[in-house]
Ligand binder design. Structure first.
Ligand code: ADP
Ligand code: MG
Length: 561
């Protein structure tokens, strides 16, 4: 078929502009992205070959090759993975399939470091090749298709790309970057190797480069036809903990989470018994942009006996732990497992329980031993963890210990106080844990309800997150102490003898006033009571015990209910 010229989707054009003009100082990421695509292509082939072994043709050893040609000024990344049909090439290399592209543009900060990290997260890695190349040629053939259905795709990264059908014996994809004028630095085996080792060491597939030898006669390096593996090429989680150092764990995380940030913590172990699996779980140090988008899948990468099965296996994690990143490799699940099967599987439930416990232990350890890191975690993900109090009955007590509040004790809006600390500071006569909730920290701490507590030196938790009231409807006590709103019902603050006497006298004296107020307000207030809980304000509204609090009422109203 003759060559055809097509136009990129508008978003792609914008993206290319951005890549080329503003991500220049992070240009090295192009290799990581292209190698990661080659590795994905191998994963996909391995997966499809479970059902149809003939797809492997006579070439079952999957690998990636990275070569360069100094004379032609090109770098080539070649894989024998799944490849692309003509339609797939048009769709995958001409549009941005994933939703949220608008979001991507909105989130660009102008900070090159941060923006470069977003590229991987948004699945627009292929286009990063244009940072260093002024022309990219892709030749590909989908596994299982005849040699006559090869495809050549080419673009200069302006507005269009050309596509034509070619003869291609080799399955998989060959990507050739024609380097921009000032990128000669990349035309060196040493440079390419160091980039691969820096960014792609944890790719489980062998990455091969041509051997080079010093030729004494010519007095220069000579490239041999022989290839050697330049990365570790083993799945990190299958290795023994003792053989993995912190840097390797960190770099695997960056690959997994498409980020340049270090993780806060990780946990890695093999679970044996009725259900057997390996888990490597990471706690990120920063929330992703879509943490609050409930439709976003979160979860772990699922492997079965080292074969990649799926990304974002949300059945492996409760939704309140959706920020955890990592890998689960199961020995029990069938290779042809689908999301539907996952939902029903007893093994999956066992894994999910195990993963949850493991994450909670990791958080407990962090809270205990690394307060700074725990504070970082809480700032980024605390509100999400609070959802667990309502969602996870079995672990509610453990979760309650992990929750942090801001409180009148330290008078700071940072959420640092645990319920255990609060209980440790309770006054002898105090029987309840008190909280006040409001739209903001300022409003909470200025609440008139707090006056009497201040006077008596009783600590009150200041709740300002949207999930707080909902959470407390599931968490009604802690270590046997009821958790009570300062705005609800009678307070049991025990007055001392002198106070009692004064209160009785005042009570008698003001009885007529209270009666009068009741009469005047009979359509508006259920009851009018004399209170000693205020010290500066003359009156305040309270909710009945068991009735909705003012804040929750306002919130539901705002939500149209
Ligand atoms: P992502 O990898 O997140 O999907 P990319 O921009 O990196 O986003 O790649 C876009 C798509 O192009 C991939 O999803 C894949 O379908 C296709 N693709 C890219 N490189 C290859 C390759 N080497 N082999 C097969 N398909 C590829
Ligand atoms: Mg990619």
């Amino acid at each position: 078929m003759a060559q055809e010229t097509m136009s990129f989707q508008t978003e792609v054009k914008q993206l290319l502009q951005l890549m080329i003009h503003s991500l220049y100082s992070n240009k090295e990421i192009f290799l990581r992205e292209l190698v990661s695509n080659a590795s994905d292509a191998a994963d996909k082939l391995r997966f499809e070959a479970i059902a149809d072994g003939s797809l492997l043709e006579n070439d079952p050893d999957l690998r990636i090759r990275v070569t360069h040609d100094a004379a032609a000024r090109t770098i080539t990344i070649d894989d024998n993975g799944i490849g692309m049909s003509r339609d797939e090439a048009i769709a995958n290399l001409g549009t941005i399939a994933k939703s949220g592209t608008r979001d991507f543009f909105d989130r660009l900060s102008g900070d090159q470091q941060k923006d470069a990290a977003l590229i991987g997260q948004f699945g627009v890695g292929f286009y990063s090749g244009f940072i260093v190349a002024d022309r990219i040629t892709v030749e590909t053939r989908r596994a299982g298709k005849p040699a006559a259905e090869g495809v050549r795709w080419e673009s200069a990264g302006d507005g269009e790309f050309a596509i034509e059908t070619i003869e291609r014996a080799q399955r998989g994809t060959t990507i050739t970057l024609h380097l921009r004028a000032d990128e000669d630095e990349l035309l060196s085996s040493w440079k390419l190797k160091s980039l691969i080792q820096k960014y792609s060491d944890h790719i489980a597939l062998p990455i091969l480069m041509q051997k080079e030898e010093w030729d004494a006669e010519k007095s220069e390096m000579v490239v041999k036809d022989e290839f050697e593996t330049v990365n570790q090429a083993s799945a990190l989680w299958t290795r023994s903990k003792n053989d993995i150092d912190a840097e390797q764990y960190t770099s695997f995380y960056k690959h997994l989470a498409h980020t340049q940030d270090d993780p806060l913590a990780w946990t890695h172990n093999r679970v044996e018994g009725r259900t057997e699996y390996t888990q490597l779980l990471y706690l990120p140090s920063k929330a992703p942009f879509d943490l609050w988008d409930r439709s976003q899948r979160g979860g772990l990468k699922l492997y079965v006996k080292r074969v990649f099965i799926m990304d974002d296996a949300e059945q492996l994690l409760p939704s309140y732990l959706r920020f955890i990143r990592g890998v689960v490799d199961s020995s029990d699940l069938p290779l042809n497992v689908s999301r539907e099967i996952l939902q029903e599987s007893r093994d999956v439930r066992a894994i999910r329980d195990g993963v949850t416990k493991r994450v909670l232990s990791m958080l407990e350890e962090l809270a205990e031993n690394e307060a700074d890191k725990y504070a970082t975690f809480w700032g980024e993900f605390g509100q999400v963890l609070k959802e667990g109090i309502g969602e996870d009955n079995a672990n509610r007590e453990r979760l309650a210990k992990l929750v942090r509040f801001s409180s009148t004790h330290d008078d700071s809006d940072a959420q640092k106080v645990s319920l255990a600390e609060y209980v440790g500071r309770m006054k002898e006569s105090q029987t309840k844990i008190y909280y006040v909730s409001a739209d903001s920290w300022r409003a909470a701490r200025n609440s008139p309800h707090l006056e009497v507590f201040r006077k008596k030196g009783i600590e009150v938790l200041l709740l300002t997150d949207r999930v707080d009231e909902w959470m407390l409807s599931f968490l009604t006590e802690f270590e046997g102490k009821p958790i009570a709103s300062v705005a609800r019902g009678d307070l049991d603050l025990v007055p001392d003898e002198a106070e009692k006497e004064v209160q009785e006298q005042v009570g008698d004296a003001l009885k007529p006033l209270v009666e009068k107020a009741k009469e005047v307000l009979k359509d508006k207030a259920k009851d009018v009571r004399l209170t000693f809980r205020l010290t500066d304000s003359p009156s305040c509204l309270v909710a009945d015990d068991g009735a909705m609090s003012g804040y929750l009422q306002r919130m539901l109203k705002a939500a149209g209910q």
